[in-house]
Design a protein around this ligand. Structure first.
Ligand code: SAM
Length: 302
């Protein structure tokens, strides 16, 4: 018999004690998960191999409705000193006035909702590989009366056009992706941003995690050691971002920021390059023109 992880033998019962299991059970039963998740499922999305393993002691990881039901109540205890405060650190690090925001690996949408609340005029899109997480996210947005677009997709390979966002975010995603996938996601973020656009990554503090060797055993996080040994800063630099910096959030978390540089400065070129400038998403192009991109991101009715 396989040895039980610390999560299974110790922490899971503790968390069970803290959460209202009956309420969760009622919520789980109130939704036809297969029918609802089918509304999001895209046939074009291929599930990568790394994603199909167990995360957080849940067999099949996020490809499972129980992941969507249990994620929020567990995460509340996994983000000390306070979940909303930790997520607010990402919001506070936004330097642009975003008109289009893409939240990669949005999960149940906790950060996505905060982004929409902070930037109500922005078109906000949450993208995730798990259609079950998207069902939960959509439900939360409906209850909060927030108009957010939810998309099934792979953050490393989205189908959105080049330069279609001026803010791309990811919270708590990179500790769950192999380094090569992290790099691919940052490169995709770079492609998706307008020049001058910002990428923001909230996750575990890599300096602190390097000192610890137990989070994988406790939380069943298959890539957390790889994440700890890595550097989000270095990967952002390799993807082409400038002004890269990482700030500690408490000593457990970190927020990393990078800006897509304005590579083309000639006035003739500016007419055709989508560019971010403060106060507007793009001073060089007609906003109406953006709607004609034919992108899955724009002009979508939800
Ligand atoms: C720990 S959860 C974080 C969810 C949310 N961002 C938050 O802050 O609570 C990681 C999420 O990333 C998603 N994910 C992992 N790899 C992904 C990928 N390549 N593309 C899109 N989503 C991915 C998972 O399905 C899961 O919902």
């Amino acid at each position: 018999m396989a040895q039980k992880t610390i999560w299974e033998s110790f922490l899971s019962p503790v968390v069970r004690f803290l959460i209202d299991e009956e309420k969760l059970q009622r919520y789980a039963l109130s939704i036809d998960w297969e029918e609802e998740s089918n509304r999001f499922r895209s046939a074009d999305v291929t599930i990568p191999a790394y994603y199909k393993q167990n995360f957080h002691g849940i067999t099949g990881g996020y490809l499972n409705s129980s992941a969507a039901v249990s994620y929020d109540p567990i995460t509340e205890y996994a983000l000390p000193p306070n979940e909303a405060w930790v997520r607010q650190a990402l919001i506070d690090a936004v330097k642009v006035q975003p008109r289009r925001i893409l939240d990669l690996g949005c999960g149940t949408g906790s950060t996505t909702l905060m982004l929409k609340q902070t930037f109500p005029q922005a078109e906000v899109i949450g993208l995730d590989l798990s259609p079950y997480m998207l069902v939960r996210a959509e439900d939360k947005a409906r209850i909060a009366n927030l108009n957010i677009i939810w998309r099934h997709g792979n953050a490393a390979q989205t189908s959105f056009p080049d330069a279609s966002f001026d803010l791309v975010t990811a919270s708590l995603l990179f500790h769950e992706t192999p380094s090569a996938v992290t790099q691919a996601i940052l490169q995709e973020s770079f492609r998706l941003l307008v020049a001058g656009g910002q990428v923001l990554i909230l996750d575990g503090n890599q300096k602190t995690l390097r000192q610890l060797d137990w989070p994988n055993d406790i939380f069943e996080e298959p890539y957390i050691r790889e994440y700890a040994a890595d550097s989000v800063d270095a990967r952002m630099g390799a993807a082409g971002f400038k002004e890269v910096r990482t700030e500690d959030v408490w000593w457990i978390h970190q927020v990393s920021s990078g800006i897509k540089p304005t590579l083309i400065t000639g006035s003739a070129m500016q007419a055709t390059v989508r560019q971010y400038s403060e106060g507007s998403i793009d001073s060089t192009i007609d906003n109406n023109d953006l709607e004609g991109l034919g992108s899955p991101a724009f002009g979508i009715t939800v």
